[in-house]
Write a protein that binds this ligand. Structure first.
Ligand SMILES: [Zn+2]
Length: 89
C-alpha cells in the first residue's frame, strides 16, 4: 500500500512529522493541525484583498512548532473547524 504523504509532512515511527526537521506533529492516522503552531490573519488585512472579501474570513497558517516551516494553510470563517488532514501510515 502506498503511503500518502505531502511535500511538508511525512510519517516517521508512527508519527506525522515535519518533512524539514522530522519533529513529531502528532500520531499518524489522526488529524495533526491542532498540534501545529497556528497563525491567523484576517484576509481583509492582507494587501490586495478587496472590499468584496467577507470581513470575518481568516487565513490560517499551520506551521511546525520546532522549525516554523509552513505545513499547510486554509481559509475559513472563525467558527469553522479545521479542515482535518490525516496522513495514514
Ligand atoms: Zn519542522
Amino acid at each position: 500500500m502506498k503511503v500518502r504523504q505531502s511535500s511538508t509532512l511525512t510519517i516517521n515511527n508512527g508519527f506525522t512529522c515535519c518533512t524539514k526537521c522530522l519533529a513529531e506533529i502528532g500520531p499518524a492516522g489522526k488529524p495533526w493541525k491542532q498540534s501545529a503552531a497556528l497563525t491567523i490573519t484576517k484576509v481583509c488585512n492582507i494587501p490586495g484583498s478587496t472590499s468584496s472579501t467577507h470581513p470575518q474570513v481568516e487565513l490560517r497558517h499551520f506551521s511546525c512548532p520546532n522549525c516554523s516551516a509552513l505545513l499547510d494553510s486554509e481559509t475559513a470563517l472563525p467558527e469553522d473547524p479545521f479542515l482535518d488532514d490525516v496522513l495514514n501510515p
